[in-house]
Design a protein around this ligand. Structure first.
Ligand code: DX5
Ligand code: ZN
Length: 211
């Protein structure tokens, strides 16, 4: 299984070194929060422009009006952009997914932990390259993983979705193997990686990649 570390819990005093310590990951996950859609504010392109990323990057937009941010994150070099269906609804989500595909980006739809999984209609799944399933309620790192996630992965696969399923929130070395078994392709790991000593991180990444 692949791993996309979330750098939300990185030590920003040494931001570049923190990024360099996870250079063997498959991708890096940028959690963008505007204080509106979620009660937390994180960071945006002005900060990331100062960083040299050793691997591809993806943006997880936890913001109101996510379409307003597509130019910015495409310009930053993201390979994929993922937004939440909760604040767009189906019609707008379909429009935004098409917009991302037209840009040649990986089009991602995110479903928050409290949201019923059936919001992923056949048309949404058809247009999505990636489904990002939150295994917590979006907004903060370091939360407790929800076991219902395994069934939610299986439900998405049962709909015939063959794209990428990514899991985000509370993922660690205990639940990662079970997520791989349930059908996840890639996991976001924040605190269980970036809160660990630098010398242990490559080993944790390799362990997840072995699942
Ligand atoms: C939460 C973010 C996650 C989170 C991951 O809204 O989308 O990416 O910070 O961190 P952990 O792994 O600590 O839950
Ligand atoms: Zn995220």
């Amino acid at each position: 299984m692949k791993i996309s570390p979330s750098i939300l819990d990185a030590n920003y005093q040494y931001f570049q070194s923190e990024i360099d310590s996870i250079s063997t990951a498959d991708r890096i996950h940028l959690d963008v929060m505007d204080g509106q859609f979620v009660p937390n504010i994180s960071f945006g392109p002005p900060v990331f422009k100062q960083i040299k990323f050793p691997v591809e990057i993806e943006a997880h937009l936890m913001v109101d009006n996510p379409g307003n941010f597509f130019d910015m994150f495409e310009g930053l070099g993201c390979v994929g952009i993922t937004f939440h269906i909760e604040n767009t609804g189906e019609t707008k989500a379909i429009e935004l997914l098409k917009n991302l595909k037209n840009r040649g980006l990986k089009a991602g739809i995110c479903v928050d932990g409290d949201t019923e999984i059936e919001v992923l209609t056949p048309e949404i799944l058809e247009l999505s390259d990636q489904v990002l399933l939150m295994s917590i309620k979006a907004g903060f790192g370091g939360q407790q993983f929800r076991d219902v996630t395994y069934d939610r992965i299986k439900w998405v696969r049962s709909q015939g979705f063959t794209g990428e399923i990514e899991i985000d929130g509370g993922v660690n070395l205990d639940n990662a193997p079970k997520l791989a078994e349930a059908g996840a392709d890639i996991v976001v790991i924040g605190s269980a990686l970036l809160k660990q000593p630098i010398e242990d991180r490559a080993g944790i990444i390799e362990q997840v990649q072995s699942y």
